[in-house]
Write a protein that binds this ligand. Structure first.
Ligand code: OAD
Length: 243
């Protein structure tokens, strides 16, 4: 892997456009459970029971219990070396974008600013009836109410079967179309549309890199596959870049 790592390092040129996509694996070393794999959340909970609009309509208290548990869990976690390395990369590469599928807010806490949270945020709540939406880090009651209209609030995340936040997909596609280097980190590449970003970047001529503990359906699309922990590999990639 060392030779590939050195080659990828050489590609991290401040004159290039770099787009990074991250998934749950980037936060695993912070103690945030991933979704799939042996300790993944979807082994214990059924996504259909918890991360779907119809599930929320049928059993809002159960869905809120799940999200309040996740908010509490993530509130006790800190960004790790992978998050911090991506924040350094952003400072050193002017034409940089980080797209994350994660809702934990750890990239922002590590200092990333050129950041798109494509699945929303655990720290955002919005009303199911009116336009009220806000950042909320304080613990919430079991069924939180909108302060404006009194209807039920919902987590500000994207659920299965829902469209992405308006504008997010357009921005991602536009940016991927101009990328010189695309790096995917810690995603199983099983959930669309993020799973297609690799192909899209490659079709537009980007060099593609995958960083993951194991192979994914997109490993074959990768010019370089770096297998190992994101928290080990990313600091090596940015070594020599100063924050
Ligand atoms: P997954 O749980 O599907 O995949 C996590 C990936 O991270 C796996 O491929 C692991 O091998 C890898 N991984 C784990 N620890 C790692 C580490 N320390 N370093 C590098 N890689 C590591 O998570 P996502 O691909 O993010 O969506 O899942 C995508 C979406 O599915 C999520 O955003 C969520 C989920 O259902 C919604 O809730 C809408």
């Amino acid at each position: 892997m060392q030779a590939s790592l050195e080659m990828v390092k050489a590609l991290l040129d401040p004159g290039k456009k770099v787009v990074v996509l991250t998934g749950a694996g980037v936060s695993a070393e912070s103690g945030v459970p991933t979704f799939r794999g042996k300790d993944g959340l979807w082994k214990t909970y059924r996504a259909e029971d918890l991360a779907r609009p119809d599930a929320f309509a049928a059993r809002p208290e159960l869905v809120w219990e799940f999200y309040n548990w996740r908010r509490e869990l993530v509130a006790g976690c800190e960004p790790n070396a992978a998050h911090r390395s991506l924040a350094v990369m952003e400072q050193q590469i002017p034409n940089f974008l980080l797209i994350t599928q994660n809702v934990d807010g750890l990239h922002a806490r590590a200092g990333s600013r050129k950041l798109v949270e494509m699945h929303g945020s655990l720290w955002r709540v919005r009303c199911t009836a009116c336009a009220h939406a806000r950042e909320e880090r304080a613990p919430l009651p079991p069924l939180p109410e909108c302060p404006v209209c009194g209807h039920l609030l919902r987590p500000g995340v994207v659920w299965f079967g829902e469209p992405l936040i308006p504008g997010v997909l357009k921005l991602a596609v536009e940016q991927l179309g101009h990328a010189d280097l695309f790096i995917s980190v810690g995603t199983s590449n099983l959930v669309q549309p993020a799973a297609s970003f690799h192909q899209l970047a490659k079709d537009h001529g980007a060099i593609t890199v995958e960083i993951n503990l194991e192979a994914t359906p997109n490993t074959g699309l990768s010019d370089f596959a770096l297998h190992g922990r994101a928290g080990d590999i990313l600091p090596e990639l940015i070594a020599g870049m100063t924050p």
